[in-house]
Design a protein around this ligand. Sequence first.
Ligand code: NAG
Ligand code: NAG
Length: 427
Amino acid sequence: MTGTRAAVLLAVASLSYLLLSSQVVSAASGAEVAGGAAHRKIERIAGSAGDVLEDNPVGRLKVFVYDLPSKYNKRIVTKDPRCLNHMFAAEIFMHRFLLSSAVRTLNPEEADWFYVPVYTTCDLTPAGLPLPFKSPRMMRSAIQFISNKWPFWNKTDGADHFFVVPHDFGACFHYQEEKAIERGILPMLHRATLVQTFGQKNHVCLKEGSIIIPPYAPPQKMQAHLIPPDTPRSIFVYFRGLFYDNGNDPEGGYYARGARASLWENFKNNPLFDISTDHPSTYYEDMQRAVFCLCPLGWAPWSPRLVEAVVFGCIPVIIADDIVLPFADAIPWEEIGVFVDEEDVPKLDSILTSIPIEDILRKQRLLANPSMKKAMLFPQPAQPRDAFHQILNGLARKLPHTQSVYLQPGEKHLNWTAGPVGDLKPW
Ligand SMILES: *[C@@H]1O[C@H](CO)[C@@H](O)[C@H](O)[C@H]1NC(C)=O
Ligand SMILES: *[C@@H]1O[C@H](CO)[C@@H](O)[C@H](O)[C@H]1NC(C)=O
């Protein structure tokens, strides 16, 4: 794009978008939106997806929480409290939430679902990166423990059990896609329901029936960075993050399947695009000043930007072909976001500048619905309609279990010795 054209576009954009005020409602605080002004800015999709977020799971399912030795959960966090803040922390908070939840039952005979609280991603490098190399052995060990101590696993080979596996490629337990595909989902988990951040259509690491959740983003921290809701959205397109991952992708092209590299090469000098690798201290504020927030794939199709964009009322521009988004059966992603094919990244400027202003305003009004924001967060303590409740709603919608869940005498599905030999070693 020439400098002149860009300048003209910027002027147009400023004129239009300065008029749009930020629609952030304080979802993280749990405060309800009140007052006429705020109401006028909010739009709901009545009678369709948007409303499912308001379902109350209490009374619709009973969950039995296995009491595992603390080496599978609590003791790991005590050793490394950094796990409470990383983007996979949902596995820890889900456990805490269920222990005091009204859906919990202490009588396993009446349970619809069994939950096995293992924290498989709480194994961090000194730099804080979660590595999943011990996860398969830990998971096998936990399943062996529950299947020896209680009769329930063997009755279904795990088909009425669920696990939170928030790592990059879920229960494939590898952070590199090729390796993850090679490994596949841990054989012991083939019948269980997986609650995971990873979602991509027709991928071996996404089992049918899995529940896709948002990654964990710290609610208090986001709350602390809220700016006045009428602040103009003066940034057209915003993105902070890596464009290349030279350390793990020295030849280039694998990381983000080249989409982020293309983003940088095409738009680094475009004044409509506020994109950079620098992560400023005003990152959250900047998202509240932006109209569009780019959510391109990285190594995995998802990132915490999805959560941040929704919470901060910035229209998420999703660049990740075949992504399956969190709670897609309850959140109208097509209505609130913009989807751009990875191969169309070079056309991103014309795609975004040609979206009619009415469409932009409508998406902003939908994003202003507090239910949308709540569903993205795991607050402590939990709140009605938050991500915990959406997971429970997802589990409740799978009930009643079909008869095929319960094994006939002699019926077996799991091969306890399948999988890489390394995974069979004791944990
Ligand atoms: C469940 O099955 C496993 C594997 O066949 C076996 O080792 C275990 O003892 C069984 N558990 C119970 C409670 O019978
Ligand atoms: C279980 O898996 C192991 C390792 O892949 C294989 O050798 C064995 O034959 C399998 N058992 C059954 C019953 O399929």
